[in-house]
Design a protein around this ligand. Structure first.
Ligand code: PRP
Ligand code: MN
Ligand code: MG
Length: 195
């Protein structure tokens, strides 16, 4: 949208490119996955990747001989203020995490940056004794701040810049951008949280 143009440095990943990659990720995932599957969306940042990935998985499932059962669930996890991890990962529950027991879980996340969110979330999920847990992240940031965690499925590895769009936010702004973009200093200032 035009009101964001002055706040962005550049487009990093156009939506069309993302959708092509998501299609291929879905094929890899469908090839590997065992039934019954619970696709778990990590809100809020994961919602756009989740809907696009699930569309592809559904289409694959509809046309494949080897189809599988799939349920969906949502969990809300938050740790960022401005462009910094607060270090405190706040996890707010799904409807019923106990129902994950014995099932294959596919956690769907937008980005692994420091890796702190995913390490904490995996600890939480594993307490509920799923059969298998896989993680698909659209983005994996190459950064010195990484704790070394790497997801099972990665869409794109990206450089160490703060990215927004395709549901990724800066203080809740920019989620409504189609493309993944790099925010500029003006944007960071303009939408800075009043702390
Ligand atoms: C962001 C992003 C990931 C996480 C990655 O979530 O969506 O969930 O941080 O960062 P990390 O690897 O350094 O932990 P955020 O806390 O901004 O919440 P949101 O998804 O609601 O935007
Ligand atoms: Mn998130
Ligand atoms: Mg965020």
């Amino acid at each position: 949208p035009a009101h964001y143009y002055d706040d962005l440095k550049c487009v990093l990943l156009p939506k069309g490119l993302i959708l092509d990659r998501v299609q291929r990720l879905a094929e890899d995932i469908c090839h590997d996955i065992s039934s019954p599957l619970v696709a778990l969306c990590v809100l809020k940042g994961g919602y756009q990747f989740f809907t696009d990935l699930l569309d592809c998985i559904k289409n694959h499932n509809a046309t494949s001989e080897k189809s599988f059962q799939m349920q969906v669930d949502f969990i809300k996890v938050k740790s960022y203020m401005n462009d910094q991890s607060t270090g405190v990962v706040n996890i707010m529950g799904s409807d019923n995490l106990a129902s994950l027991k014995g099932k294959s879980i596919l956690i769907v996340e937008d980005i692994i940056d420091t890796g702190n969110t995913m390490v904490k979330l995996l600890e939480t999920i594993k307490k509920f004794e799923p059969k298998q847990v896989m993680v698909a992240s659209l983005l994996l940031k190459r950064t010195k701040r990484s704790n070394g965690y790497r997801p099972n499925y990665t869409g794109f590895e990206i450089p160490d810049a703060f990215v927004v769009g395709y549901a990724l936010d800066y203080n809740e702004y920019f989620r409504d951008l189609n493309h993944v973009c790099i925010i500029n200093e003006r944007g960071k200032k303009r939408y800075a949280a009043n702390t």
